[in-house]
Structure formats: C-alpha cells, structure tokens
Design a protein around this ligand. Structure first.
Ligand SMILES: NC(=O)c1ccc[n+]([C@@H]2O[C@H](COP(=O)([O-])OP(=O)(O)OC[C@H]3O[C@@H](n4cnc5c(N)ncnc54)[C@H](OP(=O)(O)O)[C@@H]3O)[C@@H](O)[C@H]2O)c1
Length: 349
C-alpha cells in the first residue's frame, strides 16, 4: 500500500460503479483503501479484485476522503449528506443534486473551476448532457450558442443493467420466434424499435425528465440560461453509446471548417468526419472509449448561422464513470481532498 485516500464507491455492483472501480485502478488514482457499497441484496458479495460489498449504515459511512456515488437519486439523497458530514467529498452520478444551487455540476473539460465552490457534494451531469457539452463548449466560447435543436438516440445501458438484459432477452425471443415478455424497463418493447420516451413524463409535462435535464443542465454547465434549447430524447435498441443529432445556431458566424478546427483542438474530443469514406462516429466504436466523437459537421442549409453535427460517446464512460474519476483527479491535483487525511503508509502498514 502506498499513500492515498480512503474512498467509498456507492453502487459498486452496478454498471457505472463497476467501471468507476476499474478506472480508479487503471488510472492509478491514489487510494489507500476502497470500500464498495451497494444495496442490502449485495452485502457480503465479493467483487472482482477481492473487495467485499458493505452496507450503508451511520457507522460504515464515516471517515472517508472521497465518495463516488452511482446508486440512484434516492440513495444519493439519503446518504450523500452523511458522507459529506463525515468529511468526504461526494461526487454523485444521480440527478438528485444536479440543479441544487449549492452543488456544482461539473464536466472536467468544460467548467473545472466550478469545483472550487463545492460544499461537500459535486454533481456529475446526465450522460446525454455530458457528451454534448464537451463538444459544444469550444463552439460556445468562439461564437456564442444562441439555440440548439437536439435529437438523442440513447442506448439502453443508460437505464441500468436490467434494461440491457431486457433488450437482449426481447431480441433473442424475436429472433427465435418466441413470445416476448411484457416490457418492464420501458413503456413498450425496445427491441427493433425506437421509443420517443427516454426518461419519464412528470404529471402535466409534455417533455420527459431526460429532455428537461438536457435543457437545464446545459444552461447550468455552460453558465448561460439564455441559450434556447429544443430536445427530443429517444431510446433506441443500442446496448451502449449514446448518439445525438445536434443543430447549433450561433450568435456569430461560424463555418463548418472553423468548427472542425476548434473541435480537433478540444480536449476529450475526437473528430471523425469524412462522410464520403463512411467515416463518422458510431456507438459501437465509441463503446469502451473515453472520448466524445464528433462528425457530420456541416452547414445547416436552412440557416446561415447554424451547423449540424453528430455527437457520440460511451454513456457509461465519459457520460458517467470517466468524468467522475476525472473530477476526483482534478480535486486531487488541486489539493482539495482533505490533505490532512492523505496519509503516507508506514513501512508496517
Ligand atoms: N447508465 C448511465 O449511462 C448513467 C449515466 C449517468 C448517470 N447514471 C446514474 O448512475 C446511477 C447508476 O446507474 P447504473 O447504470 O450503474 O445502474 P445499475 O447498473 O442498475 O446499478 C445500480 C447500483 O445502485 C445500487 N443500489 C440500488 N439501490 C440501492 C440502495 N437502496 N442502496 C445502496 N445501493 C443501491 C445497486 O446495488 P445492487 O446491485 O445491490 O442492487 C447497484 O450497485 C443512476 O443514478 C443513474 O442515473 C447512469
């Protein structure tokens, strides 16, 4: 054991939690101890690497430097304050704290300085917002975004592990001419279908919560509530990797060539844009990668100050786990994690 922090990963058995554990290891984040937490169902389960899942209790959440949460809004609402009160900085993947005025909503390449204002809890944006703002921020800085018209094509992994199983089970049944079980994760069958219903409709709202998140979180991260945004979020039968068709109208003139140049220089962005050679971003290629991929960058023939583009990323990586770990790395680099607690293990440790 070397020097490092005591870290909790809450939701450690889930898709995002599993990936956060792996990324902490792969990126050699300074951890002297990592404690995985999940629901009562998983307590005692041994994870890859030998860590054993613990239960969230008043006592077990004490004494952490950092807590990475990906266990849904209810768990974050209840337990994030306990961790924060115990001295940990919480980085939360759920939507529970994102629009709270006292909680910074941070994308590592876009608004890292917002971290400085945290009061114990930091929110990781929604996956479809995250990948979009990584690509839009450089264009916004250059030409000022006036309006966005967005259609998303979101993978089922964004709903959770059960939704992935459901897509695979339905597909298997249909391909083998078996009966398809009634849908559970979505209102309708997702296999061989496209559902204009990603997220849920709150009573009286004609937009889904996913569409509202895309609008509200974009305003907060880009720190510009004047951007006019239209969003339609669609769930498609893709296992992993969200795709987005985005029409970007700017205040100043911005050519497709200049936008391509800006995006080629942008951190965390890869431009794949040679449509004649069938080169453009694809969910199956983005799967397992950390970058945001942008292509089909072109002038909107219907507006002289608008561009169209296609933005794809791994929603579990940059859309969730990678950004959470990048935020932890930024906190570490800036000396913001209780430095008194960064202990150097003695030779006997
Ligand atoms: N998937 C994405 O693309 C994405 C992107 C951004 C943000 N997020 C957010 O990240 C969170 C997790 O997503 P996921 O895809 O990883 O979901 P998932 O695969 O369904 O995993 C959910 C995790 O939460 C744990 N959990 C559930 N109820 C709990 C409770 N009462 N107490 C403690 N732990 C509990 C589960 O433990 P058990 O295994 O014991 O049930 C599991 O570890 C959600 O808030 C989601 O909105 C997801």
């Amino acid at each position: 054991m070397g020097e490092g922090y005591r870290i909790a990963v809450v939701g450690a058995t889930g898709q995002v939690g599993t990936l956060m554990l792996r990324l902490l290891r792969e990126r050699s984040f300074p951890a002297r101890e990592i404690v995985p937490f999940a629901s009562e169902r998983s307590v005692g389960r041994e994870l890859d690497g030998g860590l054993v899942v613990e239960a969230l209790t008043e006592d077990s959440v004490k004494g952490f430097d950092l807590a990475l949460f990906s266990a849904g809004g209810g768990t974050s609402g209840e337990w994030a304050p306990h961790f924060a009160k115990g001295g940990a900085i919480v980085i939360d993947n759920s939507s529970r704290w994102r629009m709270n005025d006292e909680v910074p909503l941070v994308v590592s390449e876009v608004n890292p300085d917002a971290l400085e204002n945290h009061r114990g809890i930091i929110a990781n944006p929604n996956c479809s917002t995250m990948q979009m703002v990584v690509a839009l921020a450089p264009l916004h800085r250059e030409a000022g975004i006036e309006r966005l018209v967005i259609a998303t094509y979101q993978a089922v992994s964004g709903t959770g592990k059960r939704a992935v199983d459901e897509l695979l089970e339905q597909s298997h049944a249909l391909l083998h001419e078996q009966d398809v079980q009634p849908p559970d994760s979505y209102a309708h069958q997702i296999a061989f279908n496209a559902l204009p219903h990603a997220g849920s409709f709150a009573e009286g709202d004609d937009h889904t919560d996913e569409e509202r998140k895309l609008i509200n979180e974009t305003h907060k991260i880009l720190d510009d509530p004047t951007i006019r945004i239209s969003a339609t979020c669609v769930r498609v039968p893709v296992v992993n990797g969200h795709s987005e068709a985005v029409n970007v109208q700017t205040r100043e003139e911005l050519s497709p060539e200049r936008a391509r140049e800006l995006l080629e220089d942008a951190p965390g962005v890869s431009v794949l844009d040679d449509p004649g050679a069938a080169l453009y971003p694809l969910a199956i290629h983005a799967d397992g990668k950390d970058d945001v991929f942008v292509g089909r960058i072109r002038r909107d023939p219907g507006h002289e100050r608008a561009l169209d583009m296609w933005i794809v990323s791994d929603n579990l990586r940059k859309g969730a786990a990678t950004n959470a770990v990048q935020l932890a790395e930024l906190l570490h680099e800036r000396g913001m994690i209780g430095s008194a607690r960064l202990t150097r293990a003695t030779s006997s440790a």
